[in-house]
Design a binder for this molecule. Structure first.
Ligand code: UDP
Ligand code: MG
Length: 318
């Protein structure tokens, strides 16, 4: 049976959680292997995304103590999405299925059983979906849920409340490897690949230790990437706004001519100033949105590597 599972776990400054995550994953693997759900050749791959703390030393230590742990070190911090992709692309030919999961144990590892089960039932993609966010702060919950709703309004096809906890078959990974975009938004990208998929529900827990590596700045950048990579609605909105203001200006002109002709022409500066600000604002906003897209086209045409693997300890040469 084809059942080699590789887990890809991106880690950025995760020294506080790694030991515990590794311990729990090793237990999970033991139980899955003993039930013959996965092969004993299955592995856990930690991707060190240019951490500044002891993350890489811990990964090496884990690899030396237990053969199920492998490690990939990226040459610098490339961001969560790129770290996940680096892991997946490095191991895709060694496994039959891969699961991506955060290092902080916020995703329930007990959902892995059901994900693997679904893979055996013939599903190629299994999305881990958060059924509740009881432990998230109000701010995180609000921003995250607004994000999913906004994406929907923008016409991008994403699974509501699904982050990057997901199983993909080797076949799907092969297709994913053909997508060369630099501005990565994996949740949307995997969706566009198609294949038979299903959801597995789980409750999102609290970060085991340490702080979120996603400050507001990174969250905004992430959301912007998501929208611009999967929707051209903002561009269409500019056209619609332009059309609307042009029509409105025709009425404004007619009105001012009537006022002039009827001799009530005390046309002060307030109306002029207001319209200058209004039109100026809309124009700048429009330019800004077009700029966001153009900037991304610029990044895409350069085709720079999305990540650089500095070291891969794959346990083959020992
Ligand atoms: N992460 C990463 N590179 C980064 C930022 C985060 O690899 O530049 C990893 C991080 O170590 C964690 C996962 O991505 O395993 C999700 O990050 P985090 O838990 O901080 O995000 P949150 O759950 O708060 O959205
Ligand atoms: Mg987290």
């Amino acid at each position: 049976m084809k059942n080699v599972l590789y887990m890809v776990v991106p880690c950025y400054n995760e020294e506080e959680v790694l030991h515990e995550t590794a311990k729990r994953l090793a237990e999970k693997y033991d139980s899955l292997i003993s039930r013959e759900l996965i092969s004993p050749k299955s592995r856990v791959v930690f991707v060190d995304d240019g951490s500044k703390d002891k993350t890489w030393e811990i990964i090496q230590e884990l690899h030396n103590s237990q053969e199920i742990f492998l490690g990939i070190k990226l040459s610098r911090n490339s961001g969560h999405q790129n770290a996940v992709l680096a892991g997946l692309m490095t191991v895709r030919k060694m496994c039959d299925m891969a699961i991506t999961m955060d290092a902080d144990l916020q995703d329930d590892i007990n959902a892995i059983d059901e994900m693997v089960q679904k893979f055996h039932e013939g599903y190629q993609v299994v999305y881990g979906v958060r059924s509740a966010r009881k432990t998230d702060t109000f701010f995180k919950k609000f921003t995250a849920e607004s994000f999913y709703k906004f994406m929907k309004v923008m016409g991008a096809d994403v699974v509501y409340n699904h982050a990057d906890f997901r199983l993909m078959s080797a076949r799907v990974l092969e297709e994913l490897s053909k997508c060369k975009e630099v501005n990565l938004f994996l949740r949307g990208l995997v969706r566009t690949l198609g294949f038979k998929s299903c959801n597995v529900m789980y409750e999102r827990g609290e970060r085991f230790a340490g702080e979120s590596k996603y400050p507001l700045k990174k969250m905004i950048a992430f959301a912007l990437n998501a929208i611009t990579s999967f929707s051209t609605k903002p561009l269409k909105l500019i056209t619609a706004t332009g059309l609307f203001t042009s029509l409105a200006s025709i009425f404004a002109i007619m009105w001012s001519v009537i006022v002039k002709l009827t001799g009530h022409a005390k046309l002060g500066w307030s109306s002029t100033v207001c319209s200058i600000w209004f039109i100026g604002g809309i124009q700048l906003l429009g330019l800004g949105i077009i700029g966001e897209y153009t900037g991304r086209i610029y990044e895409e045409v350069k085709q720079r590597p999305r990540y650089i693997v500095e070291t891969f300890i794959d346990g083959q040469n020992e």
